[in-house]
Design a binder for this molecule. Structure first.
Ligand code: HEC
Length: 159
């Protein structure tokens, strides 16, 4: 090969390289023009599925709604008893003694009870709440409110 041919080859070779570079640049510009960021509104389920796939399998529950519900359920009977429902309070806290006259407890409706009633309702309330002789204060149910005990006495008076 002569010197001239070398020069000619180099000229054409660099021309071809240059054209290829130019085409590459044009393709890059076109690509960046047409390329879009993925639009979440276009296919939200796709993103949700992707989030699902990378989500952890298990999770730790720090709040305890189930346990709270159990505690509340356990406390519920007492809430019923402390509500001013005289019949329910009497049934749960008083009738064990007062229905059968245990330890000399006056049975509502009996003569012994009539003697007690003669003292007046206020005296009966006070003795039921504070206790008298073998009668424990509030029938031993210190969780009962005074109001609940009065309601139970009212229930006894109605018998
Ligand atoms: C452990 C058994 C027992 C329980 C439980 C009990 N009582 Fe009595 N209660 C007695 C006895 C015994 C007497 C009689 C006391 C006395 O000698 O005056 C009595 C007396 C009473 C009297 C009459 C008080 C007076 O002034 O003469 C009332 C009212 C009364 N109880 C209400 C209640 C109520 C309301 C409850 C439930 C909240 C209750 N008792 C639960 C044993 C009980």
């Amino acid at each position: 090969m002569g010197k001239h041919e070398d020069k000619l080859f180099m000229k054409r070779f660099s021309l071809v390289i240059g054209i290829l570079v130019a085409i590459t640049v044009v393709i890059m510009i076109l690509a960046s023009t047409y390329q879009k960021e993925p639009d979440p509104s276009e296919n939200p389920s796709k993103l949700a599925l992707a989030a699902d796939r990378v989500a952890p399998v298990g999770a730790v529950r720090t709040e305890m709604p189930a346990a709270e519900a159990l505690v509340q359920a356990a406390a519920a009977p007492e809430q019923v008893a402390s509500a001013p429902d005289g019949a329910a309070t009497y049934a749960s806290a008083c009738q064990a003694c007062h229905m059968v006259g245990a330890a000399g407890a006056p049975v509502p409706g009996s003569d012994a009870w009539a003697e007690r009633v003669a003292k007046g309702a206020d005296a009966l309330y006070a003795n039921a709440i504070n206790g008298i002789n073998a009668m424990p204060a509030k029938g031993g149910r210190m969780d009962l409110s005074d109001e609940a005990v009065r309601a139970a006495v009212d229930h006894m008076l109605a018998q």
